[in-house]
Design a protein around this ligand. Structure first.
Ligand code: NDP
Length: 340
């Protein structure tokens, strides 16, 4: 990377936290955002690392994000928890819900956490990975701004609507996937526009519904779901689980709420936790997890196949040893945020 600065993960965290404090976030929110951003840098998920700080700042400056509201945890029914984020960014609300969700899942076998009124510009793997680190199976669902046309339609309706899944392992970190239901991330289209590159087939349609490889036309038209109508149905499910189920917003309602067009949608997130030991008589969790290893081994025995999250864990090992490279322009903007 040209004109980049090497930073340790401790430095990344300190810089992200200082930037958020410099912009007016309370200490607990600044710490939670820094935790999220640092984890993304560490795992080389750079779209959700320091690169995201402007989204947090814009959300705050627009007046749409609270800098200091305390998330409120309630239990709506046995095993159904809610954290009202109070129109603040999601990391603190998710951290507050973590331990109670895991505790209820171990008690009942299954538990769910509804995070509502949260501005979400992060990846979902941290919350499901934390559950799997506690021996649980985790799912998470978030809807976002409406950029994606339903299969057969031509107008943006769905968010890029990610879902994440984590499975615990006996030895080593969990198997996790975290994927949007669109064929590509919106940022990938923006990067190709910046770099004067065309788009692969199947990513987008123009405003008349014609397939396009032109990033500008794609941004004015609509993104497509992955896998045709199957991805479209998953996007529909994510909308329902993260919106109406939780009493929160559908993607197009989130866009209407984002009056300042910050690109930081505010809505719900559903997180579900299952305790494997409660799903078999006698609860032999070790046997269940060993059984799963057979599947992983068989997959890995095929040349070219890999487990999701393998790339992240390799990146994590590198970053923990050597730190990460951060573009100088990003370091400069972080310093300006720190200055206030
Ligand atoms: P990718 O397409 O990059 O990756 C999706 C998943 O597939 C990852 O878990 C990845 O694991 C795994 N994977 C990649 N290649 C392989 C392979 N060859 N074999 C098996 N598994 C593989 O992610 P997306 O572009 O779909 O999403 C990127 C991120 O954006 C997600 O973290 C998502 O949560 C976030 N997002 C957030 C939104 C929000 O509103 N908050 C909206 C939309 C997306 P690995 O990481 O190991 O490569």
């Amino acid at each position: 990377m040209t004109d980049a600065v090497r930073m340790s993960l401790e430095d990344v965290h300190a810089a992200a936290k200082a930037a958020m404090l410099g912009q007016g976030f309370a200490d607990n929110h600044a710490t939670a955002i820094a935790n999220t951003v640092t984890a993304a840098e560490r795992d080389e998920c750079r779209h959700h690392g320091l690169f995201r700080l402007p989204f947090y700042v814009n959300g705050l400056r627009s007046g749409q994000a609270s800098p200091d509201v305390e998330p409120v945890l309630t239990e709506l029914a046995p095993g159904v928890l809610k954290v009202d984020a109070g129109y603040a960014f999601s990391p603190l609300a998710l951290e507050r819900g973590d331990a109670p969700l895991a505790e209820r899942a171990k008690e009942h076998g299954i538990a769910a956490l509804a995070v509502t009124n949260a501005l979400n510009v992060a990846a979902l793997w941290p919350e499901v990975e934390r559950l799997a680190d506690r021996g649980l199976v985790g799912f998470a669902f978030v809807s976002s701004s409406p950029y994606v046309a339903p299969a057969g339609g031509i107008k943006p309706l769905f968010g890029t609507n990610p879902m994440a899944f984590a499975w615990p392992r006996l030895d080593g970190p969990p198997v996790v996937f975290d994927q949007a239901s669109s064929a590509s991330a919106r940022g990938e289209i923006q990067l190709r526009l910046r770099d004067g590159e065309s788009l692969p087939d199947g990513w987008a349609i123009d405003s008349h519904g014609r397939p396009t490889n032109d990033p500008q036309e794609a941004l004015l038209g609509a993104q497509m779901t992955f896998g045709g109508f199957k991805g479209s149905n998953i996007a529909l499910m994510v909308e329902l689980l993260a919106g109406p189920l939780l009493g929160d917003k559908i993607s197009f309602e989130q866009a209407a709420h984002d009056k300042a067009n910050t690109g930081a949608p505010c809505g719900g997130e559903l997180v579900i936790a299952l305790d494997p030991a409660r799903f078999v008589a006698g609860g032999d969790r070790v046997a269940q997890l060993k059984h799963a290893e057979l599947l992983f081994q068989s997959l890995l025995a095929q040349d070219g196949a890999r487990l999701p999250s393998g790339r992240r864990y390799e990146a994590r090992r590198r970053s923990e040893a050597d730190g990460v490279m951060v573009p100088r322009s990003l370091v400069d903007s972080i310093e300006s945020y720190i200055a206030g």
